[in-house]
Design a protein around this ligand. Structure first.
Ligand code: PLP
Length: 377
């Protein structure tokens, strides 16, 4: 006997949590469409390099054991990360990507109606994770030069604030906060508010004045640092990231984590990546050079583009964003467009970056034509 929905008429459907209704959708970077044109996917801040041979070996060695659960405690990689940063293993906890770790933090700390303060625009997962936890997002606009407005963020902290997310370098603008700014901020924020320094792009940050999350973790009792293997280490597809946090926070994060959420493949790949740090460094250096090259070319074209300390650049295309996205697409470049705001283009292969530069010139020509009154069109 079939069981169509219509036969269920009159029965009431399961009611979903009201928090789901107000969630903005997470928009992943578009995939390269199947077409004959060369396509460069510069929409997800992925690392353009293939896995290092030693990392691939490590993964291949454990892949015959995929019938087994991974080590839920991530013991080996916990020790390696603790060693890498000179912290106690008890301070390190993992998740399937640092997005999951950010989610753990909010779920571990926030009750219904508590507030999470973050800059806006920033990482689009923040309002989703906050809303899902039943907490309230407090978005503090970036400054005119696309940076975190830390004094305004400190002023936005209320009795209900439990967490402040500081994204540095900021996704999608690439700007980073300085150590001086973050110290001033910490002095203003009560110590029962958790300050999360999301450093997904820290490896690309060459600004000597930049805040380093680990220094703040060492100095303040209410700082958590988030790192990921997705970007600089090129393991986005394996899902592994971690927090460095005070012990009682780390214990709470482990308690709310999805059991066995980090696969053995991911753990082994992360371990092998940490063991290959000098090779990873070479790639980071090359990507930083490419980023600075792209930035310089865009500036020469006439773009007013802020300095990026990440593996992407940000073009404030405003109301012309959708048009700009289409022009990039015509050149075979897939970018991440934030309607009404701007375009984020990831640093990819040299060929991809070159195509991005050519397309950006084309976009600029279109925008100039559209805004020059004498043009008559
Ligand atoms: C990419 C990114 C992350 C981490 O992503 P995972 O793949 O889940 O580790 C975290 N924060 C920001 C700001 C990011 O852009």
């Amino acid at each position: 006997m079939s069981h169509h929905a219509s036969e269920d008429a009159g029965r009431s459907a399961v009611s979903l949590r009201s928090a789901l209704q107000s969630l903005p959708p997470y928009k992943p970077g578009k995939s390269a469409a199947s077409s004959d044109a060369v396509q460069y996917k510069l929409s997800s801040n992925e690392n353009p390099y293939p896995p290092l041979p030693s990392v691939l070996d490590a993964v291949n060695q454990v892949s015959p054991q995929m019938n087994l659960y991974p080590d839920m405690t991530c013991q080996a990689v916990t020790e390696a990360v603790a060693n890498r940063w000179g912290v106690e293993p008890s301070a390190v906890s993992f998740g399937s990507g640092s997005v999951e770790v950010a989610s753990q933090i909010i779920r571990a700390v926030c009750d219904e109606g508590d507030e999470v303060v973050f800059a806006w625009r920033s990482f689009e997962a923040y309002p989703i994770l906050t809303g899902l936890a039943g907490a309230t997002a407090v978005k503090v606009p970036l400054t005119a030069d696309e940076r975190h407005d830390l004094p305004a963020m400190a002023a936005a902290v209320t009795e209900r604030t439990k967490v402040v997310l500081v994204c540095t370098p900021n996704n999608p603008t690439g700007t980073s906060v300085t150590a001086d700014e973050l110290h001033e901020f910490m002095a203003r924020v009560p110590s029962n508010v958790l300050v999360v320094v999301d450093e997904a792009y820290v490896h690309f940050n060459v600004d000597p004045a930049a805040a380093r999350g680990i220094d703040f973790f060492r100095e303040y009792p209410n700082v958590v640092v988030l790192h990921t293997f997705s970007k600089a280490y090129g393991l986005a597809g394996l899902r592994i990231g971690y927090a460095i946090a005070p012990d009682y926070i780390s214990a709470a994060l482990r308690a709310v984590a999805i059991p066995f959420g980090v696969s053995n493949l991911a753990q082994q790949a992360a371990l092998a990546s940490l063991a290959a740090e000098s090779e990873v460094e070479e790639r980071i250096t090359a990507l930083v050079e490419q980023r600075d090259h792209v930035h310089q070319q865009l500036t020469e074209q006439g773009w007013d583009v802020v300095e990026s300390q990440a593996n992407f650049v940000w073009l404030r295309t405003g109301e012309h964003t959708e048009e700009a996205e289409q022009i990039f697409a015509r050149h075979g470049v897939i970018v991440r467009a934030f309607a009404g705001e701007g375009i984020r283009g990831s640093i990819g292969s040299p060929a991809g970056n070159q195509t991005f530069i050519v397309a950006a010139q084309d976009v600029l020509n279109h925008l100039n034509a559209a805004t020059t009154p004498s043009n008559g069109s």
